[in-house]
Design a protein around this ligand. Structure first.
Ligand SMILES: [Zn+2]
Length: 294
């Protein structure tokens, strides 16, 4: 799912609904394990949806006799629930903010170690290491730990929608860390904000951490809600366009802590710290240019 050519599950689900499907099956990367993820259903009725493994998908494949007929039974229970976003401000000298975010929710079929304990560990370590210096920096550091990301980015959508325009204007950059600590390379999904690309590459050079860029907006984590509100935002992710990287285990029963690599996690920390520290003190003229052209 982390590649330039990916089509988000929500779009596939919607295409199935639009084509008149009565149910929706999506195949995960593992042979014999289900795959999690929200189907993107909103308040409308929707159709039943289920994640299946490769073996099951192969059994259902069309052959010379045509398509298989199967009966799909899904038992669910739905109830109202309440969760919280956790937002912690470390003010600087001006009323301007760098928002450092990671989502804290996950799926219960594994440990959510890659997605997103890894990002949470990185943002906590970065916030800790910069906490003593924000009082003397130009901008403040806002640590935003979003909830219900795995449910159509709901936590961050609500957070951004409740900001006034002035509050949105005061956020110079959202650095969103989601699924790192694996693979050999990090990529910034920079949501169409091409003016931040030279800044990001420069920070990567200074931190001596290789960084790839992918410009088109991908609504696959909380940075997307900042981006569509006009706030420069990117997601730092590992294993983009690397089909052998352990990010392929995200949303499966294999997303366990043994997949994480300490060196890769530390690289993500060093790069994130470098980017955030520089964004806290970058000249205002440079920072205001990040918003344009989108
Ligand atoms: Zn995630």
């Amino acid at each position: 799912m982390f590649s330039a050519g990916t089509i988000h599950r929500k779009l596939k689900y919607q295409a199935a609904v639009d084509a008149g499907a009565v149910g929706f099956l999506i195949c995960g990367p593992l042979p014999d394990s289900t795959v999690a993820g929200s189907s993107g259903r909103g308040s409308e009725h929707g159709i039943p949806a289920m994640g299946i493994g490769r073996d099951t998908a192969a059994l259902l494949a069309r052959d010379s006799k045509g398509r298989r007929v199967v009966r799909m039974v899904i038992e669910t229970s739905e109830a109202p629930a309440e969760v919280r976003n956790l937002v912690f401000d470390m003010p600087g000298n001006a009323h301007e903010w760098v928002v450092l975010s990671a989502h804290i929710d996950g799926h219960d079929l594994a440990q959510s170690a890659i997605d997103n304990a890894s990002g949470l560990a990185v943002v906590l370590a970065v916030a800790r290491s910069l906490s003593a210096s924000t009082a003397s920096s130009q901008r403040g550091l806002r640590l935003a730990l979003f909830n219900a990301e795995e449910w159509a980015l709901t936590g961050s959508a609500q957070y951004v929608s409740e900001l006034t325009q002035r509050e949105r204007d005061s956020i110079v950059l959202n650095v969103n860390v989601d699924s790192v600590g694996v693979g050999s390379k990090l990529t910034a999904l920079n949501s169409g904000f091409r003016a931040i690309e030279p800044f990001l590459l420069s920070q990567a050079e200074q931190a001596r951490v290789p960084l790839g860029l992918y410009r088109p907006l991908q609504m696959n984590s909380d940075h997307g809600n900042f981006a569509i509100a006009g706030i420069p935002a990117f997601r730092l992710v590992a294993g983009f366009n690397d089909f052998a990287a352990a990010t392929r285990f995200v949303l499966t029963a294999e997303d366990t802590r043994d997949k994480l690599n300490a060196d890769a996690l530390y690289r993500a920390f060093r790069l994130t710290r470098q980017i955030v520290a520089s964004a806290l003190s970058a000249p205002s003229a440079e920072v205001s240019a990040w918003r344009y052209p989108k």
